[in-house]
Design a protein around this ligand. Structure first.
Ligand SMILES: [Zn+2]
Ligand SMILES: [Zn+2]
Length: 275
């Protein structure tokens, strides 16, 4: 059974209408599909939904949910940015669910929120200016914000846990086997386990850039030992990406020892077999 609860459209930085995403999901054989545009934020950026479009988004997703009843289950969500003491999942309680993601670590050298998943050029420039290139300090902050989200405003699904590793491509910043990094991940997984969140296996880095899954297979294996539920998502930004790299994610989940994923079906989260 295929599902995907992490998807974007032209309401944010994705391509194609919401209905085109639904048609793509049906064509790719999905049983359930969730809309998760980037939520509005209080500062200008290139990818978030504009605040004035939120009402239309909620209306249009609700209309599609009705229209496609019987063909596919649709769920209304957002990818919610967690900004400590500013914004988080509890600001969007009107939704069916959300993906909680950390995209900003702190203010950059220009006093703007520092994007961890934008261009590597900008990421590295800020890392050098703010932290003298010390990735450990930046990662401690990043995972600290994820822990804070999970402890204070837990989303049902934690988005792309270790996405910051993508900048290792531009400049080797750290090895995932380094002791301090393993400890940081372990600490974060323990916090997630306590909160009962699902961690998504996000395939976007793989089909976009040929990278590992988010999170890496060794982390997925540790998640299985801790009985943290998973959900396989593509973070699609166009209809044809809805199931991109899914075979790899299913294989990685099974290799880590998982037999089930936790998905939203018939209005509730349930564990279904990975097959
Ligand atoms: Zn994201
Ligand atoms: Zn996303």
């Amino acid at each position: 059974m295929l599902t995907n609860y992490h998807s974007h459209s032209h309401y944010c930085d994705g391509k194609g209408s919401l209905e085109e995403q639904v048609q793509g999901a049906i064509a790719q054989g999905l049983r359930a599909f969730g809309f998760s545009s980037h939520c509005p934020v209080s500062f200008a950026n290139q990818w978030s939904m504009k605040a004035e479009r939120l009402a239309d988004y909620l209306r249009e997703t609700a209309t599609l949910k009705e229209k496609y009843k019987g063909q596919i289950e649709l769920y209304i969500g957002l990818e919610v940015d967690f900004l400590p003491n500013q914004l988080g999942p509890s600001d969007f309680l009107m939704l069916d669910y959300c993906v909680g993601s950390v995209h900003y670590v702190e203010l950059n050298q220009f006093g703007q929120p520092w994007e961890i998943d934008g261009s590597s050029v900008e990421f590295l420039a800020c890392l050098d200016t703010l932290y003298d290139g010390n990735i450990q300090v930046a990662l401690e902050k990043y995972y600290g914000i994820i822990r804070k989200m999970v402890e204070t405003d837990a989303p049902p699904i934690v988005g792309h846990l270790d996405k910051i590793k993508m900048h290792n491509e531009a400049r080797p910043l750290f090895e995932e086997s380094e002791e301090w990094y393993v400890a940081l991940v372990e600490d974060t997984l323990q916090t997630i386990k306590k909160a009962g969140c699902i961690v998504e296996i996000n395939t976007r880095g793989n089909y976009k850039r040929g990278l590992e899954l988010y999170p890496s297979p060794w982390i997925i294996a540790r998640m299985n030992e801790l009985h943290i539920p998973i959900c396989i998502n593509s973070d699609s930004h166009r209809p044809e990406e809805i199931t991109a790299s899914f075979p790899l994610a299913f294989e990685a989940a099974r290799a880590a020892g998982y037999t089930h994923q936790r998905v939203l079906l018939e209005g509730k989260w349930q564990d279904v077999e990975l097959n």
